[in-house]
Design a protein around this ligand. Structure first.
Ligand code: ADP
Ligand code: MG
Length: 435
């Protein structure tokens, strides 16, 4: 019996390709070159590229069967990405197998079997803890590689030798263990840093209520003081005018805070319902149309019917803040594009302007309390919006180019029950008319 572990350059190349694609995908997401909601296409490309590269660096070719590590990215792609990604990977795998080495029925049968059997584990895999995931991926590799060898034996008279078992079942299983561990470590790192950010934001929020009332009280105190002064006798006209102007500036400030933070706030605003996104967007657009007109901003809307779960007043506040910012970024006119899309699990709202845009440093600070580049800005609008969307289990992502424009993308989960409630308008016209 000649049992030997093959550790040639091709084995090393195979692992190198797989690891490199995982690290590249992680790098792109971690550095935010790719937004989190596009992580799946990145996973798909990484897996597809490593499948093809592995095939181009075969470890051994025995009896028409080409052996390499392609099963590792293939199975991990299915486990993490589910059937749509798995299906594309299957097509890539069989397609390139045919282009590079010609068509064989056996490889088609083997990979379709592998695809179908792995699909059964996608749901339990998603619910597992990291260690269990790594164990499942490894075990599944051993089982599916064994089934594949048995299929080859039956269909192609393939000889299963000890050497084959060691080199193409057990050793790659160890490789799968290592690669799945690395993939999980990187994934945990991503979700950990996201959790940290969320935690920090929650901290900010707990101080928010106090600081907001402080912010509103300050201008009110000033106004009160000036009104008291105003009552004094013997004031000149000029003094009176100065007092009134100062009081008006302070009132403007209080009003700004209210419009960013409290326009839709109601004391009993905890009720969570299914919100009609299209209707709410139209309502906000109707409210802001005069303001857009004043800035010569054209509005293009492309709104699909879709629902999300949340508190309707809070949701209106988010839309108001983001759309208002978009219009404010185009003081000399421009185009405001609002689009909603619905996928099976997500509702995506794009709010795009052709305004002044942001630098990378500014973009990184969005959502920070009191961060504003406007003379009369409060820097509270986005902070509140981020917090509300977070509470709705959604995300806000921003793409921006200085001088060209900005796109805000709100992604929210599709509610389980899709019954949409129509809510009567709760517009606070006085606050809005002051925009
Ligand atoms: P405010 O509007 O009071 O300044 P926000 O929290 O609403 O506060 O916004 C914070 C900052 O984010 C703004 O001052 C602006 O610099 C930037 N910003 C937000 N939206 C946009 C946009 N669509 N285009 C350019 N800059 C924006
Ligand atoms: Mg604002």
């Amino acid at each position: 019996m000649n049992v030997m572990l093959v550790l040639n350059q091709d084995v090393i190349n195979n692992f190198f390709y797989i690891l490199l694609s995982i690290f590249l995908a992680f790098f792109l997401i971690e550095k935010k070159y790719v937004p989190l909601h596009r992580a799946k296409p990145v996973l798909l490309i990484a897996a597809a590229v490593s499948i093809v590269l592995c095939m181009l660096s075969p470890i051994d070719v025995i009896a028409n069967c080409v052996h390499d590590m392609r099963q590792i990215p293939f199975m991990l792609g299915i486990l993490y990405g589910g059937w749509p990604i798995g299906g594309i990977l299957l097509a890539v795998l069989i397609g390139f197998r045919t282009i590079i080495y010609g068509y064989t029925m056996i490889s088609t049968v083997v990979y379709i079997t592998m695809f179908v059997l792995t699909l059964f584990f996608v749901k339990p895999f998603a619910r597992m803890k990291s260690k269990q995931k790594v164990r499942l991926a490894t075990l599944l590799y051993i089982i599916l590689a064994t089934i594949a060898a048995m299929q080859a034996q039956v269909l192609n008279n393939f000889q299963i030798t000890w050497s084959y078992v060691i080199n193409f079942i057990l050793f790659p299983a160890a490789g799968m263990f290592m690669i799945a561990s690395i993939a999980e470590t990187l994934r945990n790192h991503l979700s950990f840093s996201n959790k940290m950010i969320r935690f920090e934001k929650m901290e900010v929020v707990s101080q928010l209520a106090a600081s907001i009332s402080h912010e509103v009280r300050n201008p009110l105190t000033v106004v009160k003081g000036f009104l008291q002064l105003f009552k004094m006798e013997g004031l000149t006209e000029e003094e009176k005018k100065r007092y009134i102007d100062t009081a008006l500036i302070e009132l403007d400030r209080a009003e700004g805070i209210i419009s960013d933070y409290l326009t839709f706030a109601k004391p009993t605003s905890a009720n969570i319902i299914t919100i009609d996104v299209k209707q709410e967007l139209q309502r906000i657009l109707d409210m802001l149309r005069p303001f857009a007109y004043k800035n010569s901003v054209l509005i293009h809307e492309h709104l699909e019917d879709c629902g999300v779960k949340g508190n309707v007043q809070n949701f209106q506040q988010v839309l108001l803040n983001i759309v208002k910012n978009a219009i404010e970024s185009m003081p000399n006119g421009g185009v405001l594009r609002i689009q909603t899309k619905k996928t099976r699990h997500k509702v995506i709202i794009h709010i795009q302007d052709t305004g002044c845009g942001l630098t990378n440093e500014q973009r990184a600070r969005l959502g920070e309390p009191y961060f504003s580049t406007k003379e009369k800005g409060t820097g509270l609008g986005l902070m509140v919006s981020y917090r509300i969307i977070e509470a709705m289990k959604g995300t806000i992502e921003v793409e921006s180019q200085l001088g060209t424009g900005t796109t805000f993308t709100i992604t929210l989960p599709v509610p389980l029950c899709n019954k949409v409630h129509h809510v009567s308008p709760t517009t606070n016209k006085e606050t809005i008319s002051s925009l």
